[in-house]
Design a protein. Structure first.
Length: 399
């Protein structure tokens, strides 16, 4: 099913958000991508290779698991879409796999990427190893210190990790440096962006690679419930790639309520937050017009979240649009609420979620479900990478 109302238009916009705000030096790259991505992605041989690898390498379809004890607690039917069971531990590999197949067909020889917590870097380094392509990952120098296991993983997978030493030395600085690299090496390099952000066509392209999530949910719900659509789809939103993947097939189906969980950090009024739709306003970030947290004179505000994957001052333009027209509802979830939800899911379902993912589960307590409503939560990733944060949190809080 092609989405009509909420799909991107020919100019690369979702409503008033999106577009491609890029330096002139990037035009050739972005033009090439824009002109060819759909044709390449929907070639039969591309689809065959992509789906074969999604099956045999990534481990798709991921299960749709009926969470019995969680359902009992909330008095409704809750299903988890188990993206945490994907190879490398999260949904991100759906996109990196899609993009590397595309890069190959564009004749590119090298891959660059940016990473915050290192999850996108690992997913990119993984597919580069799979395809035998050179891989450079930009990462904030501070993040390199904080996320040592993922840095070591990337190196083991054969990638070069380059520190970004400007600004706060975190994700947005790594993104700036990756863009700079691309400008200087336009013809032989493809930049794998890790979420539904960046200039057109990235948000649309990345959405399409993740749309396999909602395609599978439809088939699996039909098997289990005799209907394709749930009443709710809930997902956490950093840039918004796992969320849009879970929403994609339901965008035009108003029976399905689309819910996003944003990281509120210490609280929306604390000055240490990443609740973009509440705190942000229109502006341009990383090549597209969207909603972002900024000072009155337009400086990007440093975000905070306990989860590195949600610690981003903007959201993808498609989500800015869904928010703007009221198609999706976003809830701010504090660090404490997310951690509580993470501990609870571990104890009552035996699933330790990524802390990003735990934000989506924390939404459950804010909702009023009817009996027998069908709720799908996108379980975007597993918590192995977050074990230290969970341990530290427990110690600090004396839990
Ligand atoms: C990176 C990440 C996210 C946030 O990215 P989106 O593009 O918003 O999906 C969420 N969950 C997990 C497990 C992640 O690794």
């Amino acid at each position: 099913m092609e989405t009509k109302t909420f799909g991107v238009d020919e100019r690369g916009y979702f409503g008033k958000f999106g577009g491609a705000f890029i330096p002139e030096m990037l035009y050739p790259n972005i033009e090439e991508l824009k002109n060819r991505y759909l044709e390449i992605m929907y070639e039969e041989s591309f689809q065959e290779e992509f789906h074969q690898l999604l099956k045999d390498y990534v481990g798709r379809p991921t299960p749709l698991y009926f969470a019995k004890r969680l359902s009992e607690k909330h008095g409704t039917k809750i299903y988890l879409k188990r993206e945490d069971l994907c190879h490398t531990g999260a949904h991100k590999v759906n996109n990196t796999l899609g993009q590397i197949l595309l890069a190959k067909r564009l004749g590119k020889k090298k891959i660059i990427a940016e990473t915050g917590a290192g999850q996108h870097g690992v997913a990119t380094a993984t597919v580069c190893a799979l395809m035998g392509m050179e891989c450079i990952v930009y990462m904030g120098a501070v993040d390199i210190q904080r996320q040592r296991p993922n840095v070591e993983r990337m190196k083991m997978l054969g990638a070069e990790v380059r520190p970004a030493t400007s600004g706060s030395q975190t994700l947005k600085d790594a993104t700036n440096e990756a863009m700079r690299h691309w400008i200087n090496n336009p013809s032989d390099t493809h930049y794998i962006i890790g979420s539904v952000v960046g200039p057109h066509p990235y948000p649309d392209m990345v959405s399409r690679f993740h749309s396999v999530i909602s395609e599978e949910i439809q088939v699996q719900l039909m098997e289990k419930e005799g209907r394709y659509h749930p009443d709710y789809v809930i997902a956490c939103v950093g840039g918004g790639s796992n969320a849009i993947g879970a929403y994609y097939q339901y965008l035009d189906d108003e029976r399905v309520k689309l819910i996003g969980a944003e990281a509120a950090g210490f609280g929306v009024d604390s000055g240490k937050s990443a609740a973009t739709t509440i705190l942000g306003r229109e502006g341009v970030l990383h090549g597209s017009k969207t909603i972002l947290m900024q000072t009155p004179d337009g400086q990007v505000v440093e975000p905070h979240s306990i989860s590195a994957g949600l610690d981003y001052p903007g959201i993808g333009p498609v989500h800015a649009h869904l928010y703007d027209v009221g198609r999706a509802t976003f809830y701010p979830i504090t660090d404490d609420e997310a951690m509580a939800a993470g501990f609870e899911l571990s104890e009552i379902e035996g699933i330790i979620p990524a802390i990003e993912t735990a934000h989506a589960f924390a939404v459950l307590d804010k909702m009023d479900f009817k009996e027998n409503e069908i709720v799908v939560i996108n379980c975007s990733g597993r918590g192995d990478k977050d074990l230290n944060t969970y341990i530290q949190y427990r110690e600090e809080k004396g839990l």
